[in-house]
Design a protein around this ligand. Structure first.
Ligand code: DON
Length: 305
């Protein structure tokens, strides 16, 4: 007989222990994380929480903010306005590459940095710089079901080393993908990435997508079903960057990784999953997190195909 879920999840953490990989260091503040932290949280579409390991450890959301900000842009601006500016094709390249459509400069998808900068500009919508950051912090808080804050130390550490994002944002401005000041878009995007979460927060956000846009505990309707379908589709095809095909064939659920070590995955209609462990592989994805998702997918038969 299978052991009760928390015992099983603890066994997953133990079975996936792996000291390979390295902390992100292009954002100096991220290199200060405790490399041995490992947490795993599952939240059902009805709001039941199963959580093991270092699930009180706070870390910055980084790229896991991207699907939610894309959803916010779709919700605020409508599908046509968003698709005009950001495509939905996998880039097959790393998250920080200049993956733009030829001639138009349209970012290939909203999961890579180029597309996320454009999505941030869509949410800003010509307002004062802080307006988009506050909309996003507030959205992520509603999804988590508690007030989230921004880690200013991580934000300024990334801002001081944001040469690639500044270059991409300037290129996007040159192509007139947006008309805002590129430095302001980079700063807003970096602060969006610096919202602080635990795996419980992330699993609750993932469970909201699993539940068709309704937060399972507060019952707030955050995204429409159409928006959720679009967000999950681009997560499935583009969420793991140049490892998206490998992930979809092995783990088989829409997912998103972040360079601080978080990963979320969604089993539509059923489950939100979040893992955290800060040592990363060559794609900028948590080594132990990938192992834990692989194990869960096999044991619990999560693969959608
Ligand atoms: O823009 C960056 O480089 C970071 N703020 C986020 C990158 C990230 O999380 C990539 N995902 N694995």
């Amino acid at each position: 007989m299978r052991s009760p879920l928390p015992d099983y999840l603890t066994e997953v953490l133990r079975g996936c222990a792996d000291s390979s990989g390295a902390l992100a260091d292009y954002i100096p503040e991220l290199a200060r994380a405790d490399p041995d932290r490992f947490a795993l949280t599952l939240v059902t579409a009805e709001g039941a929480v199963y959580s093991v390991g270092d699930d009180h450890t706070e870390f910055t959301i980084q790229s896991i903010s991207k699907p939610f900000v894309y959803g916010l842009a779709l919700q605020q601006r409508g599908f046509d306005a968003v698709l005009d500016v950001i495509d939905v094709e996998p880039s097959g390249e790393a998250f920080n590459e200049v993956s733009l459509e030829r001639n138009t400069g349209r970012p290939l998808n909203p999961m890579i940095n180029a597309g996320a900068l454009a999505a941030h500009a869509l949410v800003l919508d010509g307002r004062q710089p802080e307006a988009s950051v506050e909309d996003i912090r507030s959205l992520l808080s509603s999804l988590a079901g508690r007030e989230l804050t921004i880690d200013e130390k991580v934000a300024s550490s990334e801002l001081e080393n944001s040469y690639r994002n500044v270059a991409i944002a300037n290129l996007l401005r040159g192509y007139e993908v947006f008309e805002d000041d590129p430095d302001e878009i980079v700063e807003g995007y970096i602060r969006q990435c610096s919202v602080t979460v635990t795996t419980k927060d992330l699993a609750m956000m993932a469970a909201t997508l699993a539940a068709g846009g309704v937060q399972p505990v507060t019952c707030e309707e955050i995204f429409s079903r159409d928006v959720v379908r679009q967000v999950l589709s681009v997560m499935a095809t583009c969420g793991m960057y140049d490892a998206a095909g490998d992930w979809l064939s092995t783990v088989g659920i829409p997912a998103k990784s972040g360079v601080s070590g978080g990963i979320i995955g969604i089993l539509p209609g059923q489950l939100g999953i979040a893992a955290y462990s800060p040592r990363l592989d060559d794609h900028g994805t948590s080594v132990q997190g990938v192992a834990a998702f692989g194990r869960l997918s096999r044991d619990m038969n999560l693969h959608l195909m």
